[in-house]
Unconditional design. Structure first.
Length: 306
């Protein structure tokens, strides 16, 4: 990752996108998404794309794959690195914005991965195991994996599959990192737990009652995407699909989904704290700063780093 690239991250519902857009307008930047689900076309409300929020600011790695596809870390590193190089070549400033800690940390480390093929035999062996059992297996493995997004058995199985491939191919060593990765400026949008919980609940109610999130998922199912493929994406797409296929009630959908999003935000913060322990400096700025002051502070930090 280039030293001129700025990272804006933080937990879900902290307002990262608005901050990144304001900064991009200030410094002549373009945004590279670091959100593992905004990649998919047609998955807009549940992933919180808010495309209108970008306005005239260019954004990369949003809507680049069809819903139902299983985009992976190998592809993200390839595509994000290419987008960063393209932005810099045009004299613009890359701003990576999102809450998928694995994507961000892997970019910062300059991680390069081989493409891991599916292991159908292993998938058959693991099929039928509960998410708790799979998570326990995964917790005993050492390869970097995206625990923040592993909330379905399918994702856990894929993570185990990747680790098993590395065990069989020790020459890969879990991917290679740049010996001296660039020290990009990392900004974290800080929000206290209670404010975060309120924003998450209000946002969820609005998406269900006013924005049409249930209708969005129904449209995806009607288009031919299988329920299992949508459940794979977790969170909104998991619980709304369970509701639409009659496995849970509407009230159960809301309550279980709200709990899952709170847990997801907690896992995100655990990842970011882990990054700090692993040597990354994250400059935390309050979520409720005025936009101009928030941007001023980033510009000031950028000048200090040069």
């Amino acid at each position: 990752m280039n030293t001129s690239t700025i990272i804006i991250t933080g937990p879900t519902a902290s307002g990262k996108t608005a901050r990144a857009v304001a900064l991009a307008r200030r410094i002549g930047g373009e945004i590279i998404s670091a959100d593992s689900r905004q990649i998919y076309r047609g998955m807009d409300i549940g992933t919180g794309k808010d495309m209108a929020e970008y306005g005239d600011v260019a954004v990369h790695l949003v809507d680049i794959a069809p819903a139902g596809y299983k985009y992976n870390l190998f592809e993200y590193l390839r595509d994000a690195t290419a987008a960063e190089a393209d932005i810099i070549s045009r004299g613009r400033r890359p701003i990576v914005c999102g809450g998928t800690g694995l994507y961000i940390e892997s970019l910062l480390k300059g991680l390069r991965l081989p493409q891991v093929p599916p292991d159908e035999q292993l998938r058959r062996q693991l099929s039928g195991k509960s998410l708790e059992e799979l998570t326990h297996i995964l917790a005993s493995m050492k390869t970097l994996h995206n625990v923040t997004d592993v909330d379905t058995p399918q994702r856990a199985i894929r993570a185990i599959e990747i680790q098993r491939w590395y065990e069989l191919h020790p020459e890969a060593h879990g991917g290679e990192c740049d010996p001296e990765p660039a020290r990009s400026l990392i900004i974290g949008v800080e929000i206290d737990r209670e404010a975060r919980r309120k924003r998450i609940e209000n946002r969820l109610r609005n998406r269900i009652d006013h924005e049409g999130m249930i209708e969005e998922v129904k449209g995806l199912l009607d288009s031919g995407i299988s329920p299992d493929d949508l459940i794979y994406y977790g969170l909104e797409y998991k619980f709304v699909t369970l509701y639409l296929t009659g496995r849970i009630s509407r009230e159960e959908m809301f309550v279980q989904l709200l709990i899952a999003i709170h847990q997801f935000a907690k896992r995100q913060m655990t990842w970011f704290r882990g990054m700090e322990r692993r040597g990354f400096t994250i400059h935390w700025l309050p979520y409720d700063l005025e936009a101009e002051e928030f941007t001023d502070r980033i510009v000031s930090l950028t000048a200090e780093q040069q």
